[in-house]
Design a protein around this ligand. Sequence first.
Ligand code: NAD
Length: 493
Amino acid sequence: MGKSSHGSVPAFQLFINGAWKNASAGATYDVVNPATEEVIAKVANASRGDMDTAIAAARKAFDDGPWRRTTPHDRAKVLRRLIDALEKRKEELRQWLISCAAAEYVTHWIQLDMPFTMLANYADLATSFELEQMLPVIASQSPMPQVSNSMAYHQPVGVCGLIPTWNFPFFVTAQKIGPALATGCTMVLKPSPYVPIIDLIIAQAIEECDLPPGVFNVVTGESAELGAALVESPLVDKISYTGSVGTGKKIMAAAAPTLKRVHLELGGKSAAIVLDDASLDQVAPLTAGPSFFHAGQGCAMCTRVLVPKSKHDEYLERLTGFVNMIVRVGDPADPGVMLGPVIREERRQQIESYIASGKEEGAVLATGGGRPADLPKGYFLQPTIFGGVRNDMRIAREEIFGPVLSVLPFDDEEDAIRIANTSAYGLGGAIYTSDIPKALEMAKRIRTGTLNINGAISLLHTPFGGFKDSGIGREGGRWGMLEYSEVQAIAWK
Ligand code: NAD
C-alpha cells in the first residue's frame, strides 16, 4: 500500500515500477496543513537517482512492455477500473484535499467530483477518438505517382513526465493521466511537494487496475531538481507541466537539447467584462464567487473586473457588500467556509506585497487588505477588493494568486476589449450581458484560451489552455488525446 505510520502521522513511499519503495537513504519530508500549520504526513523525499530509476522503468514499460499494444477497449477498461478503485477512496481523497490543498467544501465539485467525470470522459474517448483516419485521395497535377491509400495514425507519444501543481491537485492530475492512459503512454508523475498524497492515493488505486509495472510511477520530493531531471532526460518524450510562467520558461529551455514535446499550462490574469446592459444584482455574486473561492488560487479566475465608468461605484458597492456578507474565512475542514488559507506563508507574504503595491499606486482599497484577526494560526488573508484600478498598476497586470480582486473602469466596449487584451496572459475571461450575439462577437476578439458568457462553465469536453504567457497546448476532451499522441502518415498501394 506504500503507507505506514511515522509517529502520529502517516508515512508514504514512492511508487516505481509497480512497487512501493523508500527514497534513497530513507529520506522523507513533512507535509503541512496550511490551515493549522501542523505536520500531517511524512512523504518520501526522492533523489535524482530515484527519479532516474522511475524514468528507466517507464521507458522499459513503453518500449518492451505490452501496454502500448493494448486495444483502445482494454485501455478504456483500465480507466473504468481506476475510477472504481478511486471511488472507494473518495472520502480519503476528500480529507487529503482539505488538509493538504486547503480545498473548501464549496470547491469540492471541481476538486473531487469533476476529476471522476473527467476520467470517465477519457475512458469513453479511449474508444471513440479516431486513432486511424482514412485520408481522401487528392488529384495531383505533378508527375509524382498518385498515392492511392493513406491514413493518419495516432501513436501514443511515449514516456510522459507529468508535473502538476498544488491548487487543484486531483483535477490537474486527472487531466494528464486520463489522456496519457487512454492513448497508451507510460508516465512518471512528479507531484507538487505541497500536495503529494493525492497522487500517491491514485497510485494505490492503480494497483487494482492490472496495469503492467512501470506504466504509472509516482516520485515525490521537495526538490525542483526532480522535475528538472524529468525535463532533461533523453528517455522522456513529453512533458506536461502545470504551474508558474517562470518555471514554464525554464522547462521549455531545458527541454530544447532533447527536443521533447512540451505542454505548458501556466498562469493568468483573466478579465471579466461587465457590459452596460448587465444586471449588477446578478453580476456581483457571479464575479465574486469565482474570484474568492479557494482563496483566489485558481489560474483562470477573473481577478480583473472591467465595468463601465458610469457603473463603477455602484458595482463596487454591491460587490463589497456581497463579499462582506457572504464570504466566510476559516479552516476548510468547516463546511461553512468559502475562503481557506493560501498554501504557504511565503505565498501569503507575496500577496501582501501586492496589496501594498495597490495602495502605493493609488487604487482604492474597498475591503480587506490584511490578515483576519481571529485566525492566528494558518496562512489566512481577508478577501480584498480594490476599486479605481488602472491597467498599468501591478495589481492589474501581474498574477497575484490570492484573494485579491481589482475593479477597473472602462470608457466603452472597444476600451474594454483593449484592456482585456493588454495583458501578458491569455488564459480565461468572462463577459456579462443580456446580448448574447454581441458577447459572442466580442469573445472572438479576446485573446484567451477560454471565454465564458454569463457564468457559463466549460471544463470537460472543451479545450483548456492559454494564449501568450498562459501556456502552450490544450488539455480537455479530444484535444487532450491529441496532446498525448504522435501522428503518423501511412500510405500504401
Ligand atoms: P511552480 O512553478 O512553483 O511549481 C510547480 C511544480 O514545478 C512543482 O512541482 C515544482 O517542484 C516543479 N518545478 C520547479 N522548478 C522546476 C524545473 N526547473 N523543472 C521542472 N519542474 C520544476 O508553480 P506553482 O507556483 O506551484 O503553481 C502556481 C501556478 O500554477 C500559478 O501561476 C497558476 O496560475 C498556475 N496554474 C495553471 C493552471 C493551468 O491549467 N493553466 C492550473 C493551475 C495552476
